[in-house]
Write a protein that binds this ligand. Structure first.
Ligand SMILES: C[S@@+](CC[C@H](N)C(=O)[O-])C[C@H]1O[C@@H](n2cnc3c(N)ncnc32)[C@H](O)[C@@H]1O
Length: 260
């Protein structure tokens, strides 16, 4: 049942809006308003009517809904990439994961849920305002900062005092090649490195370097293209609009006693 303070997604199947339910507040839409009090107490999956008679479905947000609707201060890693990162980088429940940079917390939220309370996530960002945004978005989803998360203000290329080891390192920073010393010092041999980069020129520079060092195996880069289909009766075609380009994902396994 929806309670005050819960997030709700309102949708007519085309447009969706995310709102935190607060008593005596209204959601204003193109089709009139909905009183939050009319939603508090309903089961997710109910139908509600706006003041002008438009019927909307109301659900609890999935993690992907939440990430796509939450406030951002940076570009984010989209859920389509996050899903692949979890399997290709094998981010398992209980894993110790180093994240750089935290940004708006898009990737971080998924990682926190994936590793769960037996895991540990240390996330760096060079900007305090980014850490504040990420923390606010994480609190919005989990209710509070999960105890298995540590947010650190610092440079992932030269993190001072970082002595622990990690099973996985996930990077979304402009020059991941500058983080290789951090990776060598803190990634468990056999552990997996994943880097997200928007430009293929950056990818070429990074992947060539990874191969040259001799410290990494199974180096590969993939791009995740997700295309929706319009299906209505006999009208069946790919959707005209899609997210064309987001970024590339480079994965590599760290080798014990590699040359670099
Ligand atoms: C594109 S954003 C990350 C977005 C994040 N993956 C998400 O899904 O919300 C890149 C972040 O890296 C941070 N950053 C850049 N260089 C960094 C460094 N050397 N160490 C740590 N963070 C860094 C930036 O401040 C920015 O917040």
């Amino acid at each position: 049942m929806f309670r005050e303070g819960d997030w709700a997604i309102f949708t007519d199947n085309r447009v969706s809006m995310m709102e935190r339910l607060v008593s005596r507040r209204r959601l204003h839409t193109h089709w009139g308003y909905i009183e939050h009090d009319a939603v508090i107490g309903l089961e997710p999956g109910s139908i509600v009517e706006t003041s002008r008679g438009k019927r909307l479905y109301v659900f609890g947000p999935t993690l992907a809904d939440y990430v796509m609707h939450m406030p951002r201060k940076s570009g984010i890693i989209y859920p389509k990439e996050t899903g692949i990162i979890f399997l290709w980088a094998d981010v398992f429940p209980g894993a110790r994961v180093l994240v750089g940079g935290a940004g708006s917390g898009g990737l971080l939220l998924g990682v926190l849920r994936q590793v769960g309370e037996k895991g540990r996530v240390v996330a760096y960002d060079v900007r305090q305002d980014m850490l504040d945004r990420a923390a606010e978005n994480v609190r919005g989803y989990f209710g509070d900062l999960p105890p298995w998360l540590e947010l650190r203000l610092g440079d992932i290329y030269r993190p001072e005092g970082l002595e622990e080891v990690f099973d996985r390192i996930l990077l979304d920073v402009p020059e991941p090649w500058r983080a290789l010393e951090t990776v060598r010092r803190t990634l468990l041999p056999g552990g997996i490195l994943c880097s997200y980069l928007p430009s293929i020129l950056q990818v070429a520079r990074f992947e060539n370097l990874l191969r040259r060092t001799g410290s990494f195996a199974l180096v590969e880069t993939v791009e995740v293209l997700m295309r929706g289909w319009h299906i209505e009766g006999r009208a069946v075609r790919p959707q005209h609009r899609m997210v064309g380009h987001t970024g590339f994902l480079t994965f590599a396994r760290f080798v014990k006693g590699g040359e670099g």
